[in-house]
Design a protein around this ligand. Sequence first.
Ligand code: NDP
Length: 257
Amino acid sequence: MTQNSAAPLSGRVAVISGASSGIGEATAERLSARGAAVVLLARREDRLADLTARIGRNGGTAVPIAVDVTDAAAVRAAADRVAAELGGADLLFNNAGVMLPAPIEELAAGQWQHQIDLNVTGLMNTVGAFVPQLVEAGTERGVADLISTSSIAAQNIFPNFAVYSATKAYVTHLSRHLRAELGAKNVRVSAIEPGIVGTELQDHVTDPGALEWLDGSKETMEWLTPQDVAATIGFLAELPPRVNLQQVTIMPTGQPS
Ligand code: NDP
């Protein structure tokens, strides 16, 4: 595959879940600016329409598909559309997620289930729908990418973040196994593990202790921006096909752990 240096991802089709805000939105803009056609998955249609228009104004191609990734049939239908309209995906950025910390003794079973449904089951629905396309692209065109957003919570210990952290440990461990399984088919598999990134993720937090910790951390460090993470995803995708960064930890310089 020859690379156009102005648009190194030209010809590639990137599907991004959680594309309506934060890291997913910034990554859609980044991959598009580098030449990829992007498929935008999230529930908020208005946000996807705005992003599609912005990408279009900048000369890119975006296809918005409003979908709840916890609905397996809807994600499969989205994958069928990508196959029909764009010839299939060769990059999946599996990124939709939610973080709802709370002391375990509060027994916030609804929040536990929400995190498991989205961060684990939703992620698997997307893997299931798009892996056949990635394998086809890897086999026929020599490279495809399956990149998932994990977190430093997959490795580190944060009291009150047990369920969220466990869902992210799932994402990292799954990715290691899928890399071993899919590498022979030219599908690179990576987990990206960010520290704190300023996005809407924190807006969903209701636990007072976690909110206080997050607020306090703003005083002592400069949080990452979604664009910082997006640039890293672009870097992974632009590496030579023989190179697979399996696991990438990206921290705010001032965040100790
Ligand atoms: P945001 O809240 O800004 O983004 C979350 C995205 O997920 C939104 O686009 C949202 O769109 C989408 N989403 C939520 N529920 C669903 C659903 N059921 N179906 C489809 N899409 C859904 O937060 P971030 O950008 O920070 O989060 C992206 C990922 O990064 C998450 O996996 C998060 O765990 C991870 N992460 C974030 C860190 C941070 O500090 N911000 C640190 C480490 C990891 P919509 O509501 O329109 O559906």
